[in-house]
Design a protein around this ligand. Sequence first.
Ligand SMILES: Cc1cc2nc3c(=O)[nH]c(=O)nc-3n(C[C@H](O)[C@H](O)[C@H](O)COP(=O)(O)OP(=O)(O)OC[C@H]3O[C@@H](n4cnc5c(N)ncnc54)[C@H](O)[C@@H]3O)c2cc1C
Length: 313
Amino acid sequence: MARVLIIAQHEDGALNPATAKTLAGAKGLGIADIDIAVFAESGAGVAQQASRLDGVTRVLMIEHADFAHPTAARIAPEIKALADDYSHILGPSTTFGRDLMPRAAALIGVGQVSDVQEVLDSHTFKRPIYAGNAIVTVKAPADQTVVATIRSASYSAAAEGDSACEVETREAAASDPGHTRFVNLETGGGDGPDLQTADRVVSGGRAMGSSEGFDVIYSFAKKLGAAVGASRAAVDAGYVPNELQVGQTGKIIAPELYFAIGISGAIQHLTGIKDAGTIVAINKDAEAPIFEVADYGLVGDLFEIVPELEKLI
Ligand SMILES: Cc1cc2nc3c(=O)[nH]c(=O)nc-3n(C[C@H](O)[C@H](O)[C@H](O)COP(=O)(O)OP(=O)(O)OC[C@H]3O[C@@H](n4cnc5c(N)ncnc54)[C@H](O)[C@@H]3O)c2cc1C
C-alpha cells in the first residue's frame, strides 16, 4: 500500500505555507494518493484550504478541544493511530514539524529522515549535513513506514488546483498522555510577518550594538513589509529574542529578498539563507565574506545607509 499522509501546519484558522511546500516535496515520491491530516479544535476552514491544493486526494479533519493548541505530545499518538494506512508520513521542517515528527516516528518505531531537500525515489532522499556544507543521500528501509520532514526552504508551495477534494471527518483516536500541557504562547519578533515564511526579511547583526540600535532594522523592515531576523551574535548579545536567529542553529529561511545588515557572513549564518532569492548586504568592511554571496552590496556605515534607503522607499 503506497499512500502518503501530510500533517498540516496551521495557525489562526489559516494553513501555513509550509504545508503546501511539504506537498510539493511529497509529489516527488511518485505516489498518487496523498492525504492531508488537519488536527484542530475547529478545522473546517483549514481543511477547505488544504482540499484545494493541487495533488491532494483527501483531507482528514480530526477535531477535538485538545487541538486548540496542538502539542506534539498530544498529536504524535494520533499520527501513530493513522499510521497503518500509510507508507509515508511527512511534515514540514519548521519548528512545528521538528517537534512533532520525531515523536511520531518514535511511536511508530522507525527512524526519521530529517530535512529532505530532494526526493530521488520513494525511499531515497538527499539532505544537508555539516551546516549545509555537504549533501548526503539516505535510503530508508523499504519494509518500514517512512517518516520524514521536508525542508521548506527547498520547495515552492504547491499551487491550488481547479477543484477541491473530499474532506473526511474522523474522530480523535488517542487520548491525552497527560504529561504535557499548553501554558502560553509568547512571540518576541514584533507584529510583522512570520520570519520562517516571509517573502522579505531584514536581518541585523552584532554591528547594531544594542536593542535600541536594532530599531533601525525594525523601522526599515516595517517600511518594506518584511520580517525581522538576526545573526547569532546579535541574539547572544541580547539585542533581540532568540526566535529571530537565522542560521545553522536558528531558522533556515528562503525569502525572495534578504537584507544582511552589519552581518559578517559566517558560514553558520549563510546556511540559513542558502535558498534566499536576492541577497543585499550592507557592511562597512568591503572584505566581509557576506559580499561573496550578496547580489547587491553597499559598503558603508549602516546607521547612515539604512535610514537613507528607508527615506527613498
Ligand atoms: C556551532 C555554531 C553554530 C552557529 N550558529 C549560528 C547561527 O545559526 N546563526 C548565526 O548568525 N551565527 C551562528 N554562529 C555564529 C557565527 O559563527 C558568527 O559568530 C556570527 O554569525 C557573527 O555574527 P555577526 O555577523 O552579527 O557578527 P560579526 O561577525 O562580529 O560581524 C559584524 C559585522 O558588522 C560590520 N559592521 C560593524 N559596524 C558596522 C556599521 N556601523 N555599519 C556597517 N557594518 C558594520 C563588521 O564589518 C562585521 O562584518 C554559530 C557558530 C557556531 C560555532
